[in-house]
Ligand binder design. Structure first.
Ligand code: ZN
Length: 132
């Protein structure tokens, strides 16, 4: 089963929890045992799985990405001035795979799935592919 949903981001660089949207798609798939792939269809956004309870950690991801990839010093900035956004997204990657067990995502207690917006605000499309 494959479906997609859209997320409207509000900031240039932002971490948005999408765990519920993905979990709902897994329930609708009725797959008991398998793999769920979450994929963002954009070159300046990423999907990560990490600590989900502390909003401070989401701020840490934003701060770390800004330190790693400063603005305005990249070759791609000559094209459309968002080289740092592409590098942040490439560093994190566009997808994650999560085992499905008992019809549910096999996430750890503190793990959540997040969209990382690197060049917002924009509307982003997330594809959820669940296979038995
Ligand atoms: Zn670009």
């Amino acid at each position: 089963m494959q479906e997609s949903f859209r997320v409207r981001t509000r900031k240039k660089l932002e971490v948005v929890d999408i765990t519920r949207g993905v979990a709902a798609a897994v329930l609708r798939s009725a797959v008991a045992e398998g793999v769920c792939t979450v994929f963002v269809r954009h070159a300046t956004a990423a999907v990560v799985i990490n600590e989900n309870a502390d909003p401070g950690f989401r701020a840490d991801i934003v701060a770390a990405l800004d330190k790693l990839f400063p603005e305005g010093v990249w070759e791609h900035d000559k094209v459309d001035d968002n080289g740092a956004a592409h590098l942040k997204a490439a560093f994190l990657g566009p997808s994650e795979s999560i085992p499905v067990q008992g019809g549910r995502l096999l996430l750890g207690t503190w793990q959540g799935i997040a969209l990382v917006e690197c060049d917002g605000p924009r509307e982003r499309e997330i594809v959820v592919d669940v296979r038995a």
